[in-house]
Write a protein that binds this ligand. Sequence first.
Ligand code: GLP
Length: 241
Amino acid sequence: MAITSHVFSTSEALADAVARKLSEHVSTKPDAVLGLATGGTPTIVYEALARDYRSTDFSRVTFFALDEYIGLPPDHPCSYHHYLWHRVLKPLGADPARVFIPDGMDDDRQRAAARYEASLEASGGVDLWLAGIGHNGHLAFNEPGSAFDSRTRDVDLNPVTRQANARFFDDPADVPTCAITAGLGTLKAHAREILLLVRGLDKAAILDRALNGPVTEEVPASMLQTMRVSGYFDQAAMPRD
Ligand code: GLP
């Protein structure tokens, strides 16, 4: 399946294009289902939404998050619950009953994963799902070697990922070692369209491998070549000749 790429010369233009696409979708379908991503890349989109698109009614939208750390309570400032509620869900007036974030605090991880999968199944599918990629090609927290048919589950985080995410924590040792993530197969089954956001020169090489390299479980994001994807990239992330 072809990936449609949009390339922007400024972060502001990229953020506005994605925020506008989400907002216009919700305007035509008030009970839309949207997927959210975390990390540094999408923050500009959430800022644009919270700043410029508050007049759109998001109260009937169902939201799914890709992943969550295991062992961080929802009110921990580095948890993805906290990140999403503060940056996007609360500003947009999301209904807590329509927000599904994997539960990294449930002692029974399989039960938490099954609950999330069941919610996705009941939603009828995610119209637009934001995603970024890690430097090692991870998608959500599906690290290299994750099966393309993997489902929501608990995973060990790769040292590369823990190191990359250490910037969000006071002490690098505080970065959790495990997470619960939507699987690659989960995304393939439930995401009707992925909005892939990639910014920065440091992502250019992995973006090139993901989009143009072999489709292999060693580069989880290469699975995107088999899905419907709209790419939103800045010029720095574009592969060089
Ligand atoms: C994080 C998240 C991913 C995200 C990726 C890139 O660990 N689990 O969903 O896409 O890594 O993050 P960043 O945008 O900070 O580079």
